[in-house]
Write a protein that binds this ligand. Structure first.
Ligand code: GLA
Length: 736
């Protein structure tokens, strides 16, 4: 049993294959957190809590009477709430009808359910095989306000994953207002942690930062209405000495695509608290009698063996228990996207020429990017008018798709459904459908406004219009883009006291539309995008099994972006393309092989004018496409190892800017080692790389040479010398 309850002592223990999580209903019904870490038995760890009088400034709840040793300000709590005497960061806060700010939930009951809970209207992990998950539901209630909290724990024992979410239900007849409702909190009674997080900007997403969890509060957050380029909703707490292969680390990844916060507080007693969930300035949610609020899900994982094991667990659960649809585990098409090839300047014949060239390289699908609809010849107009511009294309969409199909390629199309330009038929017809503050000039981003996705009428329009396009021709792929930070949070359909719900309602509306469309078109491959990787999060992966990782297609920058992305997200989710040199973003010139090798750590595809390649380039691109297709099951289905980081020069003596990574097949019979050099020096030092994840006793063949797994993992591999600008190589080891 993954969930063990000691009813007498009210201790709840959750076991996964390698971890244990424990809490208890303590004195007066307060939930105390006891443990999260390496697997132990179900002994209660209550003994670790040493209560004492912390002197006057850590106050005591009324129930404790004269007992000054019982303070919620110093105890490790399972789900900390505001207004109870705990002055640290809280996970939830509420206002009573009279405006009193207190949320004092006490333990009432629990239930163990077979299977994994679902969260209506929200993306969440699901059971891929019956019986692989269990749910623990613990019910608390504030006896005064009658606000009920159902703490949900989803347990994928064999996969070492525990999920959290909370359902708030107003059991009183009065209005209550949530002012904070995060998905979870975890208190660590002691320990010296680092916080690892992934920050960045447009074209440079998910750069890794590792900082000490110092006294005070540290926040990683987005208030942009999207999960954002700037901070990914995935953070890791780890021991000081944790690395790829060693040490305790804890992952927290929010299944949500809107504004969020992860906060880490090291308190006066040396405890460390992490809370995470939906967060933005002005968040409120009004609950009339009987109404509910459900938080998004937080996916937690503990690894006692460093970051590599942590990443493998996230990759596995996301591939199998988060992504859905026909394309989830299927071999993804290798695509050619026309954006960097033509930008807005294209017509049907040009796309057909590109398709023809793509067919010659062995590609599978052509994506017609931005510019095919309305009066969209630049980025100031047309968004919202999802009608093919037949005049520009020189043909109907149906004819274009047929012509592309005739050349042996499937056809895909770009949409940016959530957005509208003021210069568009949609805006002229429905100016009230946008997010806009009354009486104020709108804030524009890329010259565009955002539609109010909380509105059913707006969503219905989008559903019908997108369906009409998808029904009008054989469209087999959709790129779902979103190109601005959101602002102007006001919806005329919501009363004044519900405007604070809008950023969350926007995300719920988006999910509703995505659910309807992906259900209606199960055979269409959806790829997410937000100016590249501005919404690269597990919420989106529930609807789109792949996401365009970054608008930055420079192979060398991509090493960093993809390295950071790999901590939580599987390689099969990472949209990555080969583009032209000099690169449009950086001006850098890298060899075609290096660009191909970088793109192979993802879905692989091209985003350049293939008609302009010379014969040698064409032959090389075709070779790499064939290589990728050969290795695709290994790359997407295998275990991904980070060997040498592009962010640091450690890991191998002489590592002069070499990044290395490796894919190992599940049965360990194949391994693909990839290495790329960000800089080259004369008279270079030798570089040795230790492979990972192999079978010690197996023989592996590389060309003529034979190595044992043990030799490659513990002795290592000697990289042949690198010369020239930004070289890269792959080495395929096959079990002999
Ligand atoms: C965003 C996307 C790009 C491209 C353009 C089109 O920037 O990330 O890939 O689709 O929009 O306008």
């Amino acid at each position: 049993m993954a969930i063990h309850v000691d009813r007498e002592n009210r201790v709840f223990t959750i076991h996964t294959a390698h971890s244990t999580y424990q809490f208890m209903a303590g004195p007066y019904g307060f939930l105390l957190h006891l443990y999260y870490g390496k697997r132990i038995d179900h002994q209660s760890l209550e003994y670790l809590i040493q209560r004492k009088d912390w002197a006057s400034f850590s106050s005591n709840p009324g129930d404790a009477g004269g007992d000054r040793t019982f303070s919620l300000d110093t105890l490790p709590l399972e789900y900390p709430t505001a207004g109870t005497g705990d002055c640290r960061i809280s996970a939830a806060a509420a206002l009573d009808e009279d405006g009193a700010a207190a949320l004092d939930p006490r333990y009432k009951d629990f239930e163990i359910r077979r299977g994994k809970y679902a969260l209506p209207g929200l993306p969440a992990l699901y059971e891929a095989e019956p019986g692989e998950a269990e749910t623990l539901a613990v019910v608390l209630e504030d006896p005064v306000s009658r606000l009920e909290l159902e703490l949900l724990y989803g347990v994928f024992a064999e996969k070492d994953i525990i999920t959290r979410a909370v359902v708030f239900t107003n059991r009183s007849g009065k209005n209550l207002r949530l002012t904070r409702a995060l998905s979870a909190g975890v208190d660590f009674l002691y320990g010296d942690f680092d916080l690892v997080h992934f920050h960045g900007r447009h074209m440079m997403e998910r750069q890794i930062a590792r900082v000490p969890a110092a006294p005070g509060i540290q926040t990683v957050s987005s208030a942009r209405g999207t999960s954002s380029h700037q901070h990914n909703p995935g953070v890791i707490l780890c021991e000081k000495d944790a690395g790829e292969d060693y040490g305790d680390c804890y992952g927290f990844n929010l299944v949500y695509s809107g504004s969020f916060a992860a906060q880490v507080e090291q308190d006066q007693t040396g405890q460390t608290r992490l809370v995470m969930g939906v967060d933005y300035g002005g968040f409120t949610f009004l609950l009339a009698g009987g109404e509910r609020f459900t938080t998004p899900e937080l996916v937690m994982c503990h690894s006692g063996g460093g970051f590599a094991a942590l990443s493998h667990r996230y990759h596995r659960i996301y591939r199998h228990n988060l992504c859905r649809g026909d394309w989830k585990l299927a071999r993804r098409p290798v695509l050619i996207n026309n954006w960097e090839a033509t930008y807005f300047r294209f017509d049907g014949p040009k796309l057909i020429q590109i398709a023809e060239a793509a067919a010659g390289l062995g590609l599978d699908l052509l994506v017609m990017d931005d510019g095919w609809f309305g009066a969209r010849d630049d980025d100031n107009r047309g968004l919202g008018d999802w009608f093919p511009n037949e005049e520009k294309l020189g043909m109907s969409l149906g004819t274009l798709v047929e012509e592309v199909n005739k050349r042996g390629l499937k056809f895909g199309i770009w949409f940016e459904p959530e957005m509208v330009n003021e210069e568009s038929g949609l805006y002229r017809a429905h100016p009230d459908w946008v997010l806009r503050l009354p009486g104020r000039d709108p804030v524009r981003g890329r010259g565009q406004l955002a539609l109010d996705m909380s509105r059913q009428d707006t969503r219905d329009y989008l559903f019908e219009r997108i369906s009409a396009v998808l029904d009008s021709a054989r469209v087999e792929y959709v790129k779902w883009d979103m190109n601005r930070s959101l602002s102007d949070w006001y919806s005329p359909l919501l009363p004044a006291d519900r405007q604070g719900e809008l950023p969350h309602r926007y995300v719920l509306g988006l999910y509703d539309l995505l659910e309807r469309l992906t259900r209606k078109y199960p055979r269409v491959l959806f790829e997410g995008c937000s100016g590249g990787g501005g919404r690269f999060d597990p919420g989106m992966l529930f609807y789109h099994p792949q996401i365009w990782c970054s608008d930055n297609t420079d192979a060398i920058d991509r090493l960093k972006i993809q390295y950071g992305t790999s901590f939580f997200y599987p390689v099969s989710a990472v949209g990555s393309h080969v583009s032209v040199v000099p690169n449009h973003g950086t001006g850098r010139t890298t060899p075609l092989a290096t660009r191909c090798i970088a793109a192979m750590a993802g879905t692989f595809g091209f985003e350049m004018d293939l008609t302009r390649m010379d014969d040698a380039e064409r032959a090389e691109a075709a070779r790499w496409t064939a290589e990728f297709k050969k290795y695709q099951p290994l790359i997407h289905g295998g275990a991904y190892y980070r060997l040498l980081s592009p962010f640091e020069r450690r890991g191998a003596p002489g590592n002069a800017g070499v990044t290395a990574w490796e894919f190992v097949s599940p049965d360990k019979t194949q391994a693909l080692l990839c290495a790329a050099a960000g800089e080259i020096r004369a008279n270079p030092l030798n570089i040795h790389i230790r492979l990972k994840g192999l079978d010690e006793n197996r023989l592996y063949r590389l060309g003529e040479a034979l190595y044992t797994g043990a030799a490659l993992m513990y002795g290592g591999f000697a990289l042949p010398g690198f010369r020239g600008d930004y070289p890269a190589r792959v080495f395929f080891f096959e079990g002999a």
